[in-house]
Design a protein around this ligand. Structure first.
Ligand SMILES: NC(=O)c1ccc[n+]([C@@H]2O[C@H](COP(=O)([O-])OP(=O)(O)OC[C@H]3O[C@@H](n4cnc5c(N)ncnc54)[C@H](OP(=O)(O)O)[C@@H]3O)[C@@H](O)[C@H]2O)c1
Length: 337
């Protein structure tokens, strides 16, 4: 099979070699998928920069999501069978014509458009877990979503909108502000122009939010924690702001998160929850499956509608990554074979 193999950290243009590699083999409970294409995630950018701890040693085939047809199953794969068209989470190995997925990390999608289906495995499942499994929000609750125009961000906004929450959403350009308005974000904030902490503190006060969803990391987390009120939660699921920095910049970001003694959580009655979907997939595969099947059903029912940023072909692999890295993308990026 052909695969885009990550051979060098650093400049995206030199990072990959598209070449023939041997076909993967299956373990019990896994399916083999003939891929139509794969999705990009911000973690891929971090991996290319050498900033992603979970990335396998090089040369490596990275990639978390594929859409395609099942061509082989092994052992008990539940409802899945050869011929089903699925969206699937891969534990790396996604940037290849043939991809392996745990049956718990696949959902049948029928004829769903590739770009939309691609958004469901990693980004919408992560949002589903963060929004519906680890916090419990009511209509009218105030939520802050960072990088709200991104893949996970768009999903969180749609879920918060559906719940009837009052939404604060941050992003890094005026074009994205317009997009957030179109999604129904009540308070879009361009964080290149305004400090979200000051904006929310001045309009609503500190301790005014019920939930914050943060994958930017660093000081953003510290500020977000101050904005949450009793009974509220800060869900941390990434650290985009650490990417590409030198060791001093990385340390500054790490210290920027702040230090928290458990007594602080008790006294203030606030929660901070970390999320890593790879660990959830390992430890609670049925929860991952529930999240994935749930978002597929919601897209079919039109309560969720993933935004397709762009569909690239494999010949434009570097452009696809630069589009994400350059913070130009709104929604999900797909690369087709
Ligand atoms: N824990 C998990 O299991 C899990 C799963 C999926 C994703 N994630 C995390 O969720 C976040 C979103 O992932 P995604 O794939 O949906 O990507 P994305 O949001 O589509 O793209 C990343 C966005 O992050 C924003 N950003 C903020 N600070 C940045 C910086 N210093 N450098 C570059 N971009 C920055 C940019 O938006 P603006 O231009 O608007 O700032 C950029 O468009 C990532 O941090 C990712 O690692 C975590």
């Amino acid at each position: 099979m052909k695969a885009a193999v990550l051979t060098k950290f650093g400049a995206i243009e030199n990072a990959f070699e598209v070449k023939e590699v041997s076909n993967p083999t299956l373990n019990e409970g896994q399916v083999l998928i003939q891929s139509e294409g794969f999705g990009l995630n911000y973690a891929d950018i971090m991996a290319i920069q050498g900033d992603y701890k979970d990335c396998p040693p090089l040369p490596a085939i990275i990639g978390y999501d594929v859409v395609g047809k099942i061509i082989e199953t092994k052992g008990d794969c539940g409802e899945l069978k050869v011929g089903d068209r699925v969206t699937a989470m891969t534990r790396f190995g996604g940037y290849a014509e043939l991809a392996v997925s745990e049956s718990a990390a696949c959902a049948i999608i029928g004829t769903m458009e590739i770009g939309k289906a691609m958004a469901l495995t990693t980004q919408y499942s992560t949002a589903q877990f963060c929004f519906n499994e680890v916090v419990n929000l009511d209509k009218g609750d105030k939520v802050l979503i960072h990088a709200a125009a991104g893949g996970v961000g768009t999903a969180l906004v749609q879920m918060a909108k559906d719940r009837g929450c009052e939404i604060f959403g941050t992003c890094g350009s005026d074009k994205k502000i317009e997009y957030l308005k179109s999604l129904g974000v009540h308070h879009p904030i361009n964080y290149r122009k305004e400090d979200f902490f000051e904006v929310i503190k001045n309009s609503h006060g500190t301790h005014s939010l019920d939930a914050v969803f943060d994958a930017v990391g660093g000081e953003s987390v510290k500020k977000g924690f101050r904005l949450i009120g009793a009974g509220g939660s800060l869900v941390v699921f990434g650290a985009a702001s650490i990417t590409g920095k030198n060791i001093f910049g990385k340390l500054k970001t790490v210290f920027g998160f702040g230090w928290y003694h458990p007594l602080k959580f008790i006294m203030s009655s606030k929660a901070m929850i970390g999320v890593n979907m790879l660990r959830i997939g390992d430890n609670k595969p049925h929860v991952l499956k529930r999240c994935l099947v749930n978002v597929v059903e919601q897209v079919k029912a039109k309560t969720l509608d993933p935004t397709v940023a762009k569909v690239f072909t494999i010949d434009d692999l570097a452009d696809a990554h630069n589009y994400l890295k350059g913070r130009k993308s709104i929604g999900k990026i797909t690369v087709t074979w």
